[in-house]
Design a binder for this molecule. Structure first.
Ligand code: ADP
Ligand code: MG
Length: 461
């Protein structure tokens, strides 16, 4: 029997003893601590000499019966000894085990509380640090946010995160909230949208006529926390009463040494009629900007989305999406989701063709001109630009010309008339050239390579 089994065994015996012995001796039974069970002998230690004498003298056979019944061993018996020190030691150990059990129960409770806290703190489960892809554009903001999460109300208070819509402000801010709930569950976190704060304030003022007593309820709600996350502060613009209240909330929290995190789509000076008082408060900590992610980061974001959602997507489809949705991560995610939804419904793989078809990105927005196409084509075939635009029937020149015409139509989507004008040819001739290349491209390898390489050089692939 190991130590824990022994204690359990004794607990069982003790319970039976309490049930069968007169109440007057219960305190002595409770004074017994188990110390061993060898060869049927259950050794019990007491720090009370009287307990040993009395129980031995008056109840030993009754007690032995109980032990025999529970152990199933006819020869088992109790041996009670008196030793103040041993008794104390054993008691200490028992308490230690008991304490551990209580701690385990508390931990379990804490995990149950976590999900409750998460919903009451108003956080979206997706917005955690683990799900935030770090790139050049957001590394500083990310590192600062993490530092605030690890050390609230430390170096950066308030933390003011600003940047255009869809760049991860809310995500980063809520990540601080999640980090705290998971790693520092004793701290109270509150996330609030500025709109909700304002509406709450207005309805509270109306209901209570601004009575001191009821405003204090409102104040408590926003100041009885360790970390407040105030999202989209720009919506407070021109709302004087709300600004006054916000200043009060800010000061109360700040003076109590609580962390304040604010986001905005612009710097404080650009928020219309933001009071001087709030402007200076928002700027007194650290201000960090989120800028649009570069191509590599955008690609990493959609790749992560694909992996996390167990979606198989071809690399060039992801590259295509990342290339054209370069200003806003929300839109980047939206584009990816749209392609995935279409692929799923139609049971198709997520390919470059599909992404193109669904998203129809303005690939020509790069404003590639006829001149760009002709000079790149001439360079590729190693001939003169003038030859391409001329009327030489030399085979090399003629086929380079056809490729250039084909590409002008494909890349710019301009009319055959316009292309004809540029090449000094009838539009029917231009149409014919386009048709020729189109028909031969799949069967003639050098032609398809030429078209692909010129497109690559023009950066339209
Ligand atoms: P904002 O608050 O700046 O308008 P959000 O935080 O709402 O932007 O972000 C928009 C969407 O883009 C969210 O779904 C968010 O998870 C995602 N997102 C933004 N930046 C990143 C990033 N660096 N890594 C992963 N997802 C991101
Ligand atoms: Mg936001």
């Amino acid at each position: 029997m190991d130590n824990i089994e022994l204690k359990r065994f004794w607990e069982k015996v003790k319970e039976e003893l309490i049930g069968s012995l007169p109440e007057s001796v219960h305190p002595w039974v409770y004074s017994l601590e188990v110390s061993g069970y060898d060869n049927g002998v259950l050794t019990l230690v007491t720090g009370q000499a009287m307990a040993k004498d009395w129980l031995k003298k008056n109840h030993s056979s009754q007690m032995n019966e109980v032990l025999k019944n529970i152990s199933g061993n006819e020869n088992s018996r109790l041996n009670i000894i008196y030793d103040e020190n041993v008794a104390k030691q054993i008691k200490k150990e028992t308490e230690k085990i008991h304490k551990k059990e209580i701690e385990a129960q508390q931990k379990e409770q804490a995990f149950e509380n976590l999900s409750y806290m998460q919903s009451s703190a108003n956080l979206n489960l997706k917005y955690k640090f683990e799900n935030f892809v770090v790139g050049e554009n957001n590394k500083f903001a990310h590192d600062v946010a993490l530092s605030v999460a690890k050390n609230p109300a430390g170096k950066y208070n308030p933390l003011f995160i600003y940047g255009n819509s869809g760049l991860g402000k809310t995500h980063l801010m809520q990540a601080i909230g999640h980090y705290t709930i998971f790693n520092n569950p004793k701290l109270k976190v509150k996330y609030t949208k500025t709109d909700d704060y304002i509406n709450d304030f207005i309805s509270n003022s109306r209901r209570t006529n601004n009575s001191v007593e009821n405003m204090s309820k409102f104040n408590k709600k926003y100041t009885n926390v360790d970390i407040i996350l105030i999202d989209d502060i720009q919506f407070i613009e021109s709302k004087e009463k709300s600004m006054e209240r916000m200043q009060h909330t800010f000061d109360t929290l700040y003076n109590k040494g609580k962390q304040i995190v604010i986001t905005s789509d612009r710097i404080p000076e650009k928020i219309p009629r933001l009071t001087e008082a709030l402007t200076s408060r928002f700027k007194q900590g650290l201000m960090v900007e989120l800028t649009p992610p570069d191509f590599e980061t955008r690609l990493a974001i959609v790749k992560k989305l694909a992996i996390d959602n167990d979606i198989k997507a071809e690399r060039d489809a992801l590259e295509y999406i990342s290339k054209y949705f370069d200003k806003n991560v929300r839109e980047l995610e939206g584009a990816f989701t749209k392609v995935c939804a279409y692929a799923e419904i139609n049971n198709k793989p997520i390919s470059l063709d599909l992404a193109r078809k669904i998203l129809k990105c303005k690939e020509n927005e790069k404003k590639i001109t006829f001149d760009n196409i002709i000079s790149t084509t001439a360079q590729y075939f190693d001939i003169l630009i003038d030859d391409i635009k001329g009327s030489s029937r030399n085979q090399k020149v003629a086929s380079a010309r056809q490729v250039a015409i084909y590409l002008c139509r494909e890349i710019t989507n301009q009319s055959f008339e316009m292309i004809g004008e540029f090449f000094n040819k009838k539009h029917t001739t231009v149409m014919y050239s386009h048709e020729q290349v189109k028909n031969k491209i799949n069967s003639q390898k050098d032609l398809s390579i030429a078209v692909r390489e010129i497109k690559q050089a023009l950066k339209v692939l």
